[in-house]
Design a binder for this molecule. Structure first.
Ligand SMILES: CC(C)(COP(=O)(O)OP(=O)(O)OC[C@H]1O[C@@H](n2cnc3c(N)ncnc32)[C@H](O)[C@@H]1OP(=O)(O)O)[C@@H](O)C(=O)NCCC(=O)NCCS
Length: 329
């Protein structure tokens, strides 16, 4: 953040910028970027800010500030046109958002997540003062329609171990407390590449009251439960698993079957999107042996290595320093 002022100009995104942003997104990660699926929603976000970045009058990148709660800020959607060699776009976007956030006395967190091998993102943000807070492992099963049809599911689902939507908040929250799902993830509620600070109210409002909690009840309470949500940024067929725990492998298997069966229901619709493997279940887990074992058993794997999912956080004193000194480092 020192030396020559960045030549990048950060300004609010407009609807007219959509083609340019989509053209950049198309060059990311073999065309699998989620930006096309969120552009309109991000544009309409009045709490956060969707920022466009211009260089010599042309849009060359973007970044997004999101409020996950009224006081928990999240950075996402940072992109630079791969054809642009000039450095410093990420620092320019950060400077823009930091100036907006600095001096706010009520902020409780400023975080983002990134992949272990995203060296540009890691280097840029560590230089800005972000510290690695939590390391998790992103596990995913990806499949074609044929692979989805071939997935083994147990006939016991719907019979002996009936999976149902659990709506009793106390029952669910007490079970999650006992299972220790969220403390194991550093008190984060991880939904794909976004992480919310855990609170009972968040889990109740976001998942239980919306019917996203599926479980198997026994005489003394849940024998297991899973919280998962459809990934609305893509055509139907992708699921983000937030947590899953069970008293044994069989119950865990039934809960996984419930997810696979829901994907099969979607798979009867005509295929949408060009992806060869349009179906996906992603679960970001801490270093807990039974969850790793269940992932392996159901074909959810790490892409390159375990411990590949980093959550970074800016100590809020850095923002105070920014407010005083007008720069991050
Ligand atoms: C992330 C991104 C916007 C950064 O652009 P930028 O801010 O202009 O990046 P810079 O070229 O200034 O590089 C930032 C730092 O990363 C380093 N870096 C960049 N690419 C690197 C690589 N492949 N390997 C190692 N270090 C790298 C730079 O040397 C620089 O380090 P420094 O701060 O110590 O000088 C851009 O790389 C991008 O669009 N990446 C693809 C999308 C993405 O990954 N977004 C972030 C998701 S979390």
């Amino acid at each position: 953040m020192s030396g020559e002022p960045a030549p990048f100009k950060v300004r609010p995104m407009t609807p007219a910028d959509k083609p340019a942003v989509l053209a950049i997104a198309a060059q990311m990660w073999e065309g699998s970027d989620y930006l096309p699926g969120v552009f309109d929603e991000w544009l309409a976000d009045r709490n956060g800010e969707f920022a466009a970045v211009d260089l010599d009058g042309a849009l060359v990148g973007c970044g997004k500030l999101t409020f996950l709660t009224p006081t928990d800020a999240w950075l996402e959607g940072l992109r630079k046109d791969p054809g642009v060699r000039r450095k410093g776009l990420g620092a320019a976007v950060a400077a823009h958002f930091f100036s907006r956030l600095a001096g706010r006395g009520d902020l409780t967190s400023l975080r983002f997540s990134t992949y272990v091998n995203n060296l540009a993102s890691i280097s840029l943000n560590e230089r800005l003062g972000f510290r690695r807070r939590t390391v998790l492992s992103s596990k995913a099963w990806e499949g074609s329609r044929a692979e989805l049809e071939a997935v083994r599911t147990r006939s016991s689902v719907g019979a002996r171990s009936r999976v149902e939507t659990l709506r009793d908040e106390t029952v669910v929250l007490d079970y999650l407390d006992r299972a220790g799902c969220f403390p194991a993830s550093g008190s984060l509620v991880v939904e794909g590449w976004r992480t919310w600070p855990f609170s009972r109210e968040l889990v109740a409002a976001r998942y239980i009251r919306t019917g996203r909690c599926r479980g198997i009840m026994g005489p003394r309470g849940p024998r297991g439960l899973a919280i998962w949500v459809p990934d609305t940024r893509f055509p139907p067929g992708r699921v983000k698993l937030v947590c899953l725990d069970a008293e044994d492998e069989e119950i865990a298997d039934c809960l996984f079957d419930d997810i696979f069966l829901s994907l099969r229901a979607v798979a009867t619709a005509p295929p949408t999107g060009a992806a060869a493997k349009p179906f996906e279940i992603q679960w970001v887990i801490p270093d807990v042996e039974r969850w790793k074992r269940w992932c392996a058993a159901r074909g959810l794997r790490s892409d390159e290595q375990e411990d590949d999912y980093f959550v970074y956080e800016l100590p809020l004193a850095e923002l105070d320093r920014w407010a005083r000194e007008g720069r991050a480092t």
